[in-house]
Design a protein around this ligand. Structure first.
Ligand code: SAM
Length: 169
């Protein structure tokens, strides 16, 4: 499915705001692998990685395997991935489970101008160019953009708040 037909599959809800995207992208990316997960349909995916402890596989393109050097003993990773089936033109969205319009940059929705998603995953095993992890929320086959070590010392902000979420409590 192309991202434009996927946009149609996502659909736009009444009240949502879209834009015409720029004619040309400013940069190109390399997909460095694929994420293999148990989920074949969006409706089956967890909403975030903390909702599931399913074992998933990071299948890195073997050309990048040397870049895994030094990961032994690392417990958590940031994975950045490309939500290839999401529309890119939504600025105000009405998520099904919230029902209120909010700006794309106030949401973790996969629909955004650059559909980059991230999850802090637990690294279970490394086998050549394949990593076993838990903590993903994407469809099987989702393209992988990057892998970074998660540093609890600098990446964790336990005091952090999201205003609209607090207001809902
Ligand atoms: C709310 S997003 C959160 C993604 C990531 N954890 C983040 O915060 O950036 C997760 C949802 O994206 C949708 N999704 C999963 N894989 C996708 C893909 N390849 N393309 C488009 N949408 C996808 C599913 O509905 C899933 O529940």
């Amino acid at each position: 499915m192309t991202s434009s037909s996927a946009g149609a599959a996502f659909g736009h809800r009444t009240g949502e705001v879209t834009i015409d995207l720029p004619e040309r992208p400013d940069a190109a990316l390399f997909f460095i692998g694929r994420l293999h997960t148990p989920w074949q349909e969006r409706s089956a995916c967890p909403k975030n990685g903390r909702e599931s402890d399913a074992l998933c596989t990071v299948e890195l393109d073997p050309r990048y395997q040397p870049a895994l050097e030094g990961l032994e003993g690392t417990t958590h990773l940031w994975l950045l991935y490309w939500m290839n089936l999401a529309p890119r033109d939504l600025l105000v969205q009405i998520p099904r489970h919230y029902g209120t319009g909010r700006g794309t940059f106030a949401l973790r929705s996969p629909a955004r101008p650059n559909p980059i998603a991230l999850s802090a995953v637990r690294l279970i095993a490394i086998n050549e160019a394949s990593l076993t992890v838990t903590g993903l929320d994407c469809l099987d086959g989702t393209p992988l953009l990057d892998i970074k070590p998660y540093f609890a010392s600098t990446d964790s902000h336990p005091e952090a708040l999201v205003g609209w979420r607090e207001a809902r409590r």
